[in-house]
Design a binder for this molecule. Sequence first.
Ligand code: NI
Length: 198
Amino acid sequence: MGVAEVLPIRLYGDPILRKKARPVEDFSEIPEIAASMFETMFEAGGVGLAGPQVGLQKRIFVAALYHDEPEEGEEEIPLKARVKDQYVLVNPRITFAEGEAVGTEGCLSLPGLYSDEVPRNFRVRVEYQDEHGEPKVLEAEDYLARIIQHEFDHLEGVLFFDRLPPELRRQFLEENRAELARMQREAKAFLRELAGKR
Ligand code: NI
């Protein structure tokens, strides 16, 4: 992996998105991996990105909070230049969670698909290691807590629509059936191409 290269994002239908990611033990490549994950996330316009989404079965995710977009008519600022806070969480463990909040989520592995009804805890405490392996603790609420729970789920092979109550989950899959099937085909084609390169 080169320095901070934009990586292809795995789409719904790629089996790696349903696998449990493995703990990181060797941190030697983690700073470089995190830099590439940030580049990929900024390029795609996301707020979070987990290892499996770029084909890495590792327990790592990145996340960012951004300053507001400029007003209409003002010059556009690239997403990267609007970063307020950015996070790299390796081997995260959610050690405390409380409160309930229902909100909107999308996912870079399910581009264009959203649900406004995703239930999450309002507040979480997460213990993790930074990109150098240093133990850290982060307490987050509201939007950041939602991002952390969404990305943590990716490390367990869980996607946001899995969190919907059964009836809403069924409805989500039904309403987006054609788009999901298209993503599955694209994911398969990508994997075939990848296998051909090896
Ligand atoms: Ni996601």
